[in-house]
Design a protein around this ligand. Structure first.
Ligand SMILES: Nc1ncnc2c1ncn2[C@@H]1O[C@H](COP(=O)(O)OP(=O)(O)OP(=O)(O)O)[C@@H](O)[C@H]1O
Length: 611
């Protein structure tokens, strides 16, 4: 590995000339300070109320964004958790318990409810998940209306007006502003920390490509449940505060769909999945609607809906990724880059001269046993009694006509498909064979795979994509980042570290696919047509690179149509045709096999392959 070039670069930063007076961080701190200082400076109760509302919704929207933006689960039922927090606070205050305590009780209750609701619902995606979340909101609305003994039914719950910090009820507005500002800042800090943590990487990877995330050993359901619980807990804490602020709560306002939609809207307008987008979205929308309401009075009932609609249309037209994308485009970041992509070398090419080229070790014992795999899709018998072994350090090529069932076999030996019958056993690190069942279990037992149709985490940078794989091996973000840079360097992706994966050309995406899997440090590597569609120069590099990987002792199974690669790399070749193993043996033998020539290669290709 070439650490020297990677880590010794001088620090430099993004941005142009205006960085000295305004960047994203400074804007953020000015914004936060304004939320406290403007109302204090103006001293007007109504302005205080507007700023309290901004902080409340910014906090709620930030909390929602953890599950809606990071995890990509479009919940329209978040008022459930707000309502749970508000009712818990009110009921416990009536029983003499301070909101400072009930806030945490409400958060725990809401987190529990979020897990119970989300677990079955996470199987639903997009609009179906949104509809399910609305249905649950309605259930809570109906329960709160009818459970009169607990919630007071339609009459709601009031609290005695005992002023003070212990009850969170004040005659002045400033203490309420300070509390809600603190809660909003806490929500922002949690969202910021999550985005930089392993959980944040895993949530976004899950949102972008669930199958690739599962292949990288991410427990996709677990990470989304953590997100749901954290998001619900934060929402409930803000609900408890708001209950005390209003001193009254009833089902219509607590479990309200419009309220839920407002929370989502602020995050959408600000920038879905960004840390500070919900804050800016709220700051844009709440004052407009509140001021319009104040100026137009009762003649403007329902006006906020109109205002939201207009702003949403404008944002979709002019800032489709939200206000944050606008800020990111025009304001430099103060982030100091920890690597220098200006290194002189042609880093868009593989550094075959620089990277370790260990001598090839002898082929070892069996590391993977595939026995009698059978798979049907409806009436189609896709895999019929497929059995083979893979040895340590061996490269096994799989070839065959389109639709022969090669990828289906891959899916069964990486946990993405269950075989109808047959078994797959992987040699574990402890020297015993295990039979994993899920993609995560396969990954944990050392099997890493690429996908025929590349599966990048499009909205993440190249570095982040590779880090997602590295999290399988390393705990700390910095260790993962270092490992990701080293692998990016070796695979010729270093110059693109900061580039979003969606901007890479197909050759780059193929490399990224391999890089992510290599970051998992697999002992068995499954490559599904990684040479397809790349140019001859890249093909040469790719073949050499796979030799380096093989020489490091990793066992490889490669589905490949590019015969040059098959012939040069494979120690053994299996030919699959119509779901069955048609032939197997050394590459030079297989290409002369009459049945293989007939079914797959054709006479000319066979002659060319043996030349
Ligand atoms: N989920 C599925 N449901 C139904 N049929 C499927 C499914 N997946 C694959 N098939 C079918 O199974 C057969 C084998 O597909 P598979 O992708 O395994 O072939 P392949 O050998 O990898 O082909 P190629 O070289 O074109 O990638 C094809 O006829 C395909 O249409």
């Amino acid at each position: 590995m070439n650490d020297k070039t990677i880590s010794s670069a001088p620090a430099r930063s993004h941005g142009g000339g205006m960085q000295w007076f305004l960047n994203k961080k400074i804007l953020f701190f000015i914004t936060l300070a304004s939320l406290i200082l403007i109302p204090i400076g103006v001293g007007d109760d109504y302005i205080y109320h507007i700023f309290i509302t901004i902080c409340l919704f910014a906090g709620l929207s930030t909390a929602w964004n953890i599950v809606g933006g990071y995890a990509g689960q479009l919940s329209l039922g978040h008022a459930i958790y707000y309502g749970i927090g508000a009712y818990t606070g009110m009921l416990m205050l009536n029983a003499g318990v301070s909101p400072w305590i009930s806030m945490f009780v409400g958060a725990i209750l809401a987190a529990g409810v979020a897990v119970a609701i989300s677990y079955p619902c996470f199987k639903l995606h997009g609009p179906f998940y949104a509809l399910a979340s609305i249905a649950f909101l309605e259930v809570f609305h109906v329960i709160s209306l009818n459970w009169v003994g607990l919630t007071g039914g339609a009459n709601g719950v009031m609290v005695p007006l005992e002023m003070g910090w212990s009850t969170m009820i004040f005659t002045e507005r400033l203490p309420s502003l300070v509390i809600v500002f603190g809660l909003m800042s806490f929500a922002l800090a949690v969202a910021w920390a999550i985005r930089r943590s392993k959980l944040g990487f895993q949530l976004i990877a899950t949102r972008e490509r669930e199958s690739a995330a599962r292949g990288a050993a991410i427990r996709t359901v677990h990470v989304r449940l953590y997100a749901a619980a954290i998001s619900a807990g934060l929402t409930a804490m803000l609900g408890t505060f708001h209950g005390s602020y209003l001193t009254f709560i009833e089902p219509e306002s607590a479990f309200n769909l419009t309220f839920s939609i407002q929370i989502v809207l602020f995050a959408l307008v600000g920038g879905l999945g960004t840390v500070f987008g919900p804050l800016y979205g709220t700051i844009l929308l709440v004052p407009i609607t509140e001021l319009a309401r104040g100026w137009l009075g009762s003649s403007a009932i329902g006006l906020h809906g109109f205002v939201y609609g207009v702003v949403l249309v404008l944002v979709v037209l002019f800032m489709p990724d939200g206000i944050m994308s606008f800020i990111q485009r025009y304001l430099p970041t103060s982030r100091v880059r920890r690597f220098d992509t200006s290194v002189e070398s042609p880093v868009d090419h593989v550094h075959l001269d620089d990277i370790r080229k260990p001598a090839r070790p002898p082929i070892g014992d069996v590391v993977l046993k595939v026995e009698h795999l059978d798979k049907h899709f409806g009436g189609l018998h896709v895999t019929n009694d497929v059995s083979f072994d893979l040895h340590k350090g061996e490269v096994l090529g799989i070839i065959g006509p389109n639709g022969a069932g090669k990828t289906t076999v891959f899916n069964m030996i990486s946990g993405f498909l269950r075989a109808d019958s047959g078994s797959v056993a992987v040699l574990g690190e402890d020297g015993h064979f295990v039979s994993p069942k899920t993609p995560g279990a396969f990954a944990r037992s050392g099997v890493g795979r690429t996908f025929q149709i590349v599966q990048p985490f499009a909205a993440m940078t190249v570095e982040e994509n590779i880090m997602v794989g590295a999290f399988h091996r390393f705990r700390s973000v910095e260790e993962c980042r270092k490992a990701a840079r080293e692998i990016a360097y070796e695979l010729g992706l270093y110059r693109f570290l900061d580039e979003e994966a969606r901007n890479l050309p197909i050759g780059g995406l193929k490399r990224l696919e391999v890089a992510r899997v290599m970051a998992m440090r697999p002992r068995i590597l499954l490559l599904d047509e990684v040479m397809a569609g790349i140019n001859p120069a890249d093909l040469r590099e790719a073949i050499e690179l796979i030799k380096v990987i093989r020489n490091s002792g990793i066992s490889i199974i490669a589905i490949e149509h590019v015969m040059q690669a098959v012939m040069e790399l494979s120690d053994r070749v299996i030919v699959i045709s119509s779901g069955e193993i048609l032939a197997q043996g050394k590459p030079e033998e297989v290409v002369k096999n009459e049945a293989v020539i007939e079914a797959y290669l054709g006479k000319e290709a066979s002659d060319a392959s043996t030349e």
